[in-house]
Design a protein around this ligand. Structure first.
Ligand SMILES: Nc1nc2c(ncn2[C@@H]2O[C@H](COP(=O)(O)OP(=O)(O)O)[C@@H](O)[C@H]2O)c(=O)[nH]1
Ligand SMILES: [Mg+2]
Length: 255
């Protein structure tokens, strides 16, 4: 029988990983955990191995180099689909995404959307009523809000928190997205997945979460990641506009 898998990407999260995995296992005991570690120099991968040795429901995927969050998730999604996991959850390792709220995201998968359609993807959202952030520096909040607004406008997404990293996908949704077509390796990956979800006609809903900034370790956010995401979103938006304009032309000519 298929069951839920929580994928946790790690790079230098040695102070965070053990307590987070324990919280996930306590909050939703039916869910398994896959830690995806990019050979963290701080030894996170070894700690994860020790957790896996103690608990059959915990597994570790070791990658040879730091290739970005998107690359880690794509490999993990392939791993999960091969093993029949359903649904598949994304969760940061640093404690920003509360395992105690996971059940509310999973529950939302079972409730049809406002139009009565079955839900394919659930986003844990900071920017809808009820969503909150704790201890986030003002510049990060602005970057996140601005990034979401830009992606929403350029790509005509309905999701208010387009860069959110706390997500639940049905296995069928990941298959519909054609993961081979997703090429963003940094955090723009989150927007890329929503863009593909939209093109695949998937139903995406948001539930409010409390996002708590990390206490231990450091953020891996960098200017490169921001620029990669901006350039890509702009390119997709412009290509989409051309496609739609051409489509309208063809319709006008054939009318
Ligand atoms: N495997 C892997 N995980 C990463 C990489 N970059 C970031 N992460 C993980 O992605 C999650 C979010 O990263 P974080 O630095 O907290 O980003 P922020 O919350 O946007 O500041 C954390 O669990 C990180 O350890 C990477 O290159 N490889
Ligand atoms: Mg973080």
């Amino acid at each position: 029988m298929s069951h839920a898998l929580v994928v946790i990407p790690t790079y230098n999260e040695r102070e965070n990983i053990a307590s987070l995995v324990a919280r996930v296992r306590a909050a939703v005991p039916a869910a398994s955990v896959l830690v995806v570690d990019d050979s963290s120099p701080d030894g996170t991968g070894y700690i994860a191995e020790a957790l896996a040795a103690d608990d059959d429901a915990v597994r570790v995927l070791h990658r040879t180099a730091k290739e970005g969050l998107g690359a880690a998730y794509l490999e993990a999604f392939g791993w999960a689909l091969e093993r029949g996991h359903d649904p598949i959850v994304q969760m940061d390792a640093d404690g920003s995404h509360l395992p105690e709220q996971l059940q509310s995201l999973l529950d939302a998968l079972a409730v049809p959307d406002a139009a009565g359609r079955p839900v394919d993807v659930v986003i844990g959202s900071r920017w809808i009523p009820g969503g909150t952030i704790e201890n986030w520096p003002r510049h990060r909040e602005l970057l996140s809000r601005w990034g979401s607004a830009y992606a929403r406008t350029m790509l005509r997404l309905s999701t208010r928190d387009a860069t959110a990293g706390y997500r639940v996908f049905r296995a069928s949704a990941l298959r519909a997205i054609h993961l081979d077509d997703v090429h963003t390796r940094g955090y723009g990956f989150q927007v890329d997945m929503l863009w593909h979800a939209r093109q695949a006609g998937l139903v995406v809903v948001e539930v409010p979460i409390t996002f708590v900034e990390r206490v231990h370790g450091r953020s891996k956010m960098s200017p490169f990641i921001v620029v990669e995401a901006m350039v890509k979103v702009t390119g997709w938006g412009i290509a989409d506009l051309f496609r739609r304009t051409r489509g309208a032309d063809v319709e006008a000519h054939s009318a």
